[in-house]
Design a protein around this ligand. Structure first.
Ligand SMILES: [Zn+2]
Length: 1012
């Protein structure tokens, strides 16, 4: 799935595009879980082992009626489980319990790689948890609490909410018929099961589905019970199902064709003033259970035979190609699709609607882009790219794309960016369709990235799938990395790896610098927790670590390892360790040792460099944006690739794998740590070295990635107080001659962050910061101009658009007048007057300086846009008007889905969040409309967290932080607790920043002539 990046959520103002916002799990997440739902398992149990310890081979079985437990091996988290009435006892894999060894913990991970600890599906916990705490002592009475010999620390297992393992599905035969007048659907399903244990019950996941009948071999279920919390239904049969046999469960049911963008749902669009409907699906992560009762876990792969019943005029699509089509009475038809390969429920897809398509035969199998009528030609860019990309991945992975077709479809209501359903990829309209003539370059780049991301998943994710949601990061991190990798192949002039440093890497570093971050491999248990890990940690930190490892191993070796991994595990499920194993084999390097720390521990380090003659001392400590790391939070030693750049080039061999190290250079007059910014950490230097690095940047001794990375590090370190803000200001004010778009992007982002933090401060300082921005970029903006020629390169155009936007944003009077003039020509009918690359900044300028008349003009553009790109820009601009009555007008349409689709609700909010009056108004509005917002965006959707963040994170004072905290103290924050915590962290960090550096910043602005 492609999430909507914080950057596109408009949270960019504080990352320095984000610096202190963003998502995740509160409070030093422990393996035993977080929040109230799992409090029964919090904490660790220290056990003292004196005598031979438990292994799987000496597994002891105890009976506890009606109890089911699952245990995790402590090293690899493989789960083992008890049966329906049996409780197995062991928390370690075989090979795991090397009692007596002083180095047991060090040896564990090594042994684990080769251990044959085979995961079984985990069971959900039922019954009294105290029994769980007691069992080790019942079974191994020699174990005592505390002691003096080797201690193994048992984290008490987490409670994944999963189905019983008494049966296993092998094949689904599903028939679905949506009704566009009642917004319900009827369904019937036959599920072939392998019976694993003697049993009378079958439990499936089912949510908001009314089940009419349940049968096995013609025999009706004696009873059906529902568990709302576990989102499951259990059927009990009088006759026992015998282990080793097969059975077929037959169900009929009715569900809701909902408007929640989850499960089987309806999407709406307008055609000639008429509202039309389309039925579509979004199953990931756990909404297949809203479409049909199923075993909704990624490891339970099965074959799917899907039949759709619809009006004969409509188009029916699913993962596979059509097997047969049958006419039915009443002008209907039944379309049956060929059997899928073995796949997970979250990848099932079907769509019914009025659709047109364009097709290419440039690839081995047909590729089509489907849209509602009239939009199909806008899919040309993605269609052609898909053909190239699939061919490239066939070759790169050495495995041919296994399905007989690839359909990509634009959906008008879509909660994520796109979804990689096997053979039928669904997209948000803006992430698939574009008209190159009317779309900005950044839109083209985003579309290219999303398409390649989804297609990479066809192998990594669909063919080989994580065995549980803890592996999500690998799925998403890899697709993210791969999309940049293939973008670099197809569009070398975009220099995407340079942009990576200011994009994904900074998103990762920003979010992971919060105390409320989480380790990349995070235990998730319940359906409503899973949505919250579709965040920058999974996507951006995941891909940044893969980038780091690919540089260490070499890209070719990395790809070879990945290809071996895909070949070995195709059509099955894996855990993270399986990839490390394949990479270790391909490279001969100990990948596990390096990656274990990076993926299992929260955060990352700041490397501080001190100098004495030619000796450098480098020291690592945990980095937090709030700058207040406690000793107990600073215990991890990360393997840090120092990438030492000197005049001789980059030395990739130096690794800081201890707290501190001293390096001796032949000549320390020039050096930089983290050459090409390939590592996932920040570097802090002495004030003198910052000055020298600024000079080195001017002399051309540093790469684009190095220069952008230095600005980013200086910017982040001053927010957290590791370095003074004046170091950042001095560094960037010396780089007015900088030529690179990427470096400028980072400079402007960091200055914008500073301005955002000071948004509620005195007007003189705010004006001085604008003056500083003008001093940096106005000259460049005037020289480059605002006309875009065919002959301009990609990065040249991007730079032009960027500095124009920054100049008008800082109130460069001449350019503001230009923007107003261009806009008037545009509304007078000259649609080519405003080039798409500067459309957003022209519209924003008009909003910031205009009134009711301009508001109406933008509103008109929104309703009559020439492209999706323009429509979204106009919608965002509505929020940028600063007059109270216009702010109110925008707020009034937010919850009116006839004007703003629920999927787009955050877009005008982004506009509002860009100015102080809008930030205040959003917060007041959110409190007044909370119940309605909550209804529109249920917590299962990740959008609620984003909306809460946008509505709260713009503030920068402790008083506001307290006010927000107090407001939510009495509410359930399930589903958005991460977003809220990160917002509060963000506000606190800005408050600290202002308190700490306000005086020195003002003094610097005065000394340098920006402040009177
Ligand atoms: Zn994805």
């Amino acid at each position: 799935m492609k999430y909507i990046a914080p950057r596109s959520l408009g949270l960019s103002l504080t990352r320095a595009r984000f610096s202190t916002l963003c998502a995740t799990l509160p409070g030093g997440l422990t393996p035993s879980g977080r929040g109230t739902q799992t409090s029964w398992l919090s904490g660790k149990l220290k056990l003292d082992i004196n005598t031979p310890s438990p292994t799987f081979s000496s597994l002891t079985t105890h009976s506890f009626s009606s109890l089911q437990h699952r245990y995790y091996c402590q090293m690899c988290r493989h789960a083992t489980t008890g049966g329906s009435s049996t409780m197995y006892v062991s928390t370690f894999c075989r090979n795991e319990t090397n009692t007596g060894s002083k180095n047991a913990s060090q040896n564990r991970s090594k042994r684990h790689r080769d251990s044959n600890c085979s995961p079984k599906r985990a069971n959900s916990y039922r019954g009294n948890c105290m029994l769980f705490f007691l069992w080790p002592f019942l079974v191994f009475p020699q174990w005592t609490l505390a002691g003096n010999s080797t201690q193994l620390i048992l984290s008490v297992p987490s409670d994944r909410q999963v189905l019983p393992t008494n049966v296993k599905p092998t094949k689904y035969d599903v028939t679905m018929e949506p009704n566009f007048s009642t917004f319900k659907f009827d369904g019937s399903i036959k599920i072939d099961l392998d019976v694993k244990e003697d049993t009378h019950t079958v439990t499936v996941n089912s949510l908001e589905i009314e089940i009419h009948s349940a049968k096995i071999a013609g025999q009706d279920a004696a009873s059906t019970t529902f568990d709302e919390d576990k989102q499951s239904a259990t059927f009990t049969f009088a006759e026992e199902l015998k282990a080793g046999t097969t059975a077929q469960l037959e169900l009929t049911f009715t569900g809701v064709l909902n408007d929640k963008m989850a499960g089987f749902y309806r999407s709406t669009y307008q055609e000639n003033g008429e509202t039309k409907y389309l039925a579509t699906t979004q199953m990931e992560p756990t909404d297949c259970r809203r479409a049909f009762p199923c075993f909704d876990e990624p490891a339970l792969k099965a074959v799917f035979d899907i039949t759709l019943i619809s009006d004969e005029k409509l188009t029916c699509l699913s993962n596979m190609d059509v097997k047969s089509e049958k006419k039915l009475a009443g002008g209907k038809k039944a379309v049956s699709f060929n059997s899928t390969p073995l796949m997970s429920t979250y990848l099932v897809a079907f769509v019914i609607g009025e659709l047109n398509y364009i097709e290419t035969d440039a690839y081995r199998v047909p590729i089509r882009v489907y849209t509602t009528p009239g939009l199909e030609e806008q899919g040309r860019f993605s269609l052609d790219l898909a053909a190239k990309t699939l061919a490239f991945f066939d070759k790169t992975f050495g495995i041919d794309y296994p399905l007989p077709k690839m359909d990509m479809i634009a959906i008008h209501d879509f909660s994520a960016g796109a979804m990689e359903n096997w053979g039928l990829v669904t997209y948000r309209v803006v992430d698939l369709l574009l008209d190159p003539k009317t779309s900005s370059l950044s839109t083209q780049q985003r579309v290219a990235e999303v398409v390649q991301h989804e297609l990479a998943h066809q192998w990594f994710g669909n063919l080989v799938t994580m065995d549980w949601w803890e592996g999500l990061w690998l799925n998403e991190g890899f697709a993210t990395w791969m999309s940049w990798y293939s973008c670099n192949q197809f569009y070398p002039d975009w220099k995407v790896w340079e942009q990576y440093v200011t994009d994904s890497l900074q998103s990762a570093l920003s979010l992971d610098a919060l105390r409320a971050s989480h380790p990349i491999e995070v235990p998730v248990k319940r359906a409503d927790e899973i949505n919250q890990i579709f965040d920058a940690i999974s996507y951006a930190k995941g891909s940044s670590l893969l980038k780091m490892i690919s540089r260490w191993l070499g890209e070719e070796v990395f790809i070879k390892g990945v290809a071996n991994y895909l070949k070995k595990h195709k059509y099955s499920n894996t855990q993270t360790g399986d990839l490390w194993k394949a990479l270790s084999e391909a490279s001969g390097k100990d990948v596990v040792k390096v990656m274990d720390v990076w993926t299992k521990k929260i955060g990352y380090p700041v490397v501080s460099v001190t100098e004495k003659d030619n000796e450098l001392t480098v020291k690592q400590n945990r980095y937090l944006t709030t700058g207040d790391v406690k000793p107990e939070e600073d215990e991890t030693i990360y393997p840090v690739f120092l990438g030492l750049r000197t005049a001789a080039g980059i030395d990739e061999s130096v690794v800081l794998d201890s707290r501190e190290k001293t390096l001796t250079l032949d000549d320390a007059s020039f050096f930089k740590i983290n050459g090409d910014q390939a590592g996932v950490y920040r570097t802090n230097y002495t004030p003198e070295r910052w000055v020298k690095l600024g000079e080195a940047g001017r002399q051309g001794l540093l790469s684009v990635e190095d220069r952008a990375g230095l600005v980013a590090d200086a910017g982040a370190l001053c927010v957290s107080g590791y370095s003074s803000t004046t170091n950042l200001l001095s560094l960037v004010s010396g780089w007015k001659q900088e030529q690179s778009f990427v470096v400028w992007d980072e400079i402007i982002t960091r200055i914008t962050s500073l301005r955002a933090a000071f948004l509620f401060e005195d007007v003189e300082t705010r004006d001085a910061l604008k003056a500083l921005t003008r001093a940096l970029i106005s000259e460049k903006a005037h020289v480059l101009g605002w006309e875009f020629k065919e002959t301009d390169g990609f990065l040249e155009q991007q730079l032009k658009a960027l500095v124009f936007a920054a100049a008008v944003g800082a109130k460069d009077e001449e350019l503001v007048a230009v923007a107003q003039d261009l806009f008037q020509k545009y509304v007078a009918g000259d649609k080519s007057a405003v080039h798409p690359n500067i459309r957003a900044s022209v519209f924003s300028t008009v909003a910031a300086t205009g009134g009711a008349e301009e508001y109406d003009q933008i509103y008109h553009i929104y309703h009559n846009a020439i492209s999706v790109d323009e429509k979204i820009t106009a919608l965002r601009t509505l929020g940028r008007f600063e007059q109270p009555e216009l702010i109110q007008k925008t707020l009034n349409i937010l919850l009116d889905s006839s004007i703003v689709k629920a999927q787009d609700v955050y877009i005008p909010m982004q506009g509002l969040r860009s100015h102080s009056a809008g930030i205040e108004a959003l917060w007041t509005w959110m409190q007044a409309n909370w119940d309605e917002i909550y209804k529109l965006l249920p917590p299962g959707l990740s959008m609620l967290g984003s909306v809460v963040q946008i509505c709260t994170s713009g503030f920068s004072s402790e008083e506001k932080k307290e006010e927000i905290r107090a407001y939510f103290a009495t509410k359930s924050t399930k589903g958005f607790d991460q977003g809220l915590t990160q917002s509060l962290d963000s506000i606190q960090s800005k408050a600290n920043w202002i308190k700490r550096d306000s005086a020195s910043i003002k003094e610097w602005l005065t000394t340098n002539g920006y402040k009177k």
